[in-house]
Each structure stands twice: as structure tokens, then as C-alpha cells.
Design a protein around this ligand. Structure first.
Ligand code: ZN
Length: 166
């Protein structure tokens, strides 16, 4: 198991664009396993590769259809196919520990991604699953959840976290 550490705001890597994975080799398989372990250890529901310092378009998250919280999803090179509705969502982030705020997300989202076997899969989601997909997808584009706040809310929030993570 690779030892991964979660990058904390304002680590500049969190604002970088991740690159597509062109070959799902043994290294990628190992990385996703370690990401799932790191996410579980941190009590998170999702984790993206850039959050552990690797600029690849990969994220892992809980499968919310499993009430036992034992199943996880791995999405590689995900794209948003379509979306619907708007919901308010109280979010936090393993890279901004201890801070939560309400933002708006799409209510339902349809994503396409490769699974760990390189097979293309469709992921229809709503509820918490949809929120986590959008949050993690944003990480692959260097977007942290404060970017989804209204301007005033964002300024206040950034002031608070800039002070906390100096
Ligand atoms: Zn996050």
C-alpha cells in the first residue's frame, strides 16, 4: 500500500488541472486502492488524485447505494454528460478540514467514466452521490468548493480559511 497524504489548502497543487489517464496499469490500480484506504482513514466520502498530489483525472468515492458503507466507486477520466435541477448542499473537503458551508449543486448528474478495468460506465446519480461526484469532479479541474459560493460568502470563507491554514 502506498502511503498517501492529503494535501491541505492552500497547497497550489489543489488548483491545478489534472491530466487524463491514458493507460490503467498496475500503478494506477495500486494508487486507487491506496486512495480508498486514505479516504476511509480520513472519514471522507470522496477523494481525488490531485488531493494526494497526483495530477491525474481519477477520483474514488463511497457508493451511496450501499447502506453498509462498504462499497466504493472508482471513476477514471470522468465526463459530465448531463445534469438537472439545483440543490443546496452543505459541503466540506478533506483538503480544507473543519470547515463547512452551503453551496449550490446540480440535483442529478449523469457521468461517463472508465472503471478500474478500463470499461466505460455510465453513472446516473442523485442525492448525496450526485453531490460527491460534482465535488470530486471539480477537484480534477483545480476547483475547490469555495469557488461555488456567491462572491460575498466566498470572500468571508476565504478569509477564515486563509487565517486557519497559514
Ligand atoms: Zn474536496
Amino acid at each position: 500500500m502506498q502511503n498517501l497524504s492529503v494535501r491541505i489548502f492552500p497547497d497550489p497543487i489543489l488548483q491545478k488541472q489534472s491530466k487524463e489517464v491514458d493507460n490503467i496499469d498496475e500503478k494506477i490500480v495500486k494508487l486507487t486502492k491506496s486512495m480508498i484506504e486514505t479516504m476511509k482513514d480520513s472519514d471522507g466520502v470522496g477523494l481525488s488524485a490531485p488531493q494526494v498530489g497526483i495530477l491525474k483525472r481519477i477520483f474514488v468515492c463511497r457508493d451511496f447505494s450501499d447502506e453498509d458503507k462498504e462499497t466504493f466507486l472508482i471513476l477514471i477520466n470522468p465526463t459530465i454528460i448531463d445534469y438537472q435541477g439545483r440543490v443546496e448542499s452543505k459541503e466540506g473537503c478533506l483538503s480544507i478540514p473543519g470547515f463547512y458551508e452551503y453551496i449550490y449543486r446540480y440535483e442529478k448528474i449523469n457521468m461517463k467514466a472508465l472503471d478500474i478495468n478500463g470499461e466505460e460506465q455510465n453513472f446516473h446519480s442523485d442525492g448525496q452521490q450526485s453531490i460527491v461526484f460534482q465535488h470530486e469532479f471539480d477537484h480534477l479541474n483545480g476547483i475547490l468548493f469555495p469557488e461555488r459560493m456567491t462572491q460575498i460568502k466566498k470572500e468571508i470563507f476565504l478569509k477564515r480559511i486563509n487565517k486557519a491554514f497559514k
